[in-house]
Design a protein around this ligand. Structure first.
Ligand code: URA
Length: 236
């Protein structure tokens, strides 16, 4: 007599082996921290398995003495290929918003919490996947080192991933966006939405509203720069 099926699924065939992880970031940091030396060291980073999925490390960019540092989530598809931060659709929207708010991009150091693109395939497309806490923790020393070198007077978290990584898991961007919060990371720390959320807002009216709110948050930053530029504030 034929055996009844037990209803259990057969075991999944084994997937590809997990990529080998290399030394943690602190072992890669140059003895003397500088942005060029850190960028070079980060290019070979294998501290989490995202290196095997991304095309390259996308390190932060901007002036070493930037008054403002903006921290996003992770490079997107375009950034992963170009090797530069915020050069895709979200980056273009951020440029427009900064311009409307009166923040010159040349005064801003732009970076991300995670420096490799995390994605999964969907057909021929590479779809963004949110980084997990292990990847965020593994990558964190790069960001801490960027903050230590640039010493931004104003630090802006773009979106919940950056805000929660830097301000705590309980931080809610929807409740606290657009105002300065206490943090030891910089004189002034503020969170706002990620520019990609503006791109994703439902219809055209909603996108216009979302953009106006985003620009209003960035105007708080612009006003702070105008109020006490670093040279006069003497914060270095
Ligand atoms: N989104 C980010 O968070 N960072 C980038 O560099 C690009 C898109």
């Amino acid at each position: 007599m034929a055996k009844r099926a037990s209803g259990r699924r057969p075991p999944e065939p084994p997937g590809p082996p997990a990529p080998a992880i290399g030394p943690p970031v602190p072992a890669l940091l140059p003895d003397r921290l500088s942005l060029p030396a850190m960028r070079e060291a980060a290019a070979g980073c294998r501290a989490c398995d995202l290196y095997a999925r991304g095309t390259q490390t996308v390190f932060g960019e901007g002036p070493r003495r930037a008054e403002v540092m903006m921290v996003g989530e992770q490079p997107g598809d375009v950034e992963d290929i170009a090797g530069h931060v915020f050069v895709g659709p979200a980056g273009r929207l951020l440029d427009r918003a900064m311009e409307d708010a009166g923040i010159p991009r040349t005064q801003v150091y732009l970076t991300n919490v995670v420096k490799h693109f995390k994605w999964e395939p969907r057909g021929k497309r590479r779809i963004h996947k949110k980084p997990g806490s292990t990847e965020i923790a593994a990558c964190r020393p790069w960001l801490d080192s960027e903050i230590a070198v640039v010493k931004p007077r104003v630090l802006v978290c773009l979106g919940a991933v950056a805000a929660q990584a830097l301000l705590g898991r309980a931080f809610k961007v929807s409740e606290s966006r657009g105002r300065f919060v206490d943090s030891p990371l910089a004189d002034r720390v503020l969170a706002t939405v990620h520019p990609s959320s503006v791109l994703r807002a439902g219809d055209e009216d909603q996108r216009r509203d979302a953009m106006a709110r985003f620009v209003a948050d960035l105007r708080v930053v612009a006003a702070e720069i105008a109020r006490a530029p670093r040279a006069r504030a003497g914060s270095r």
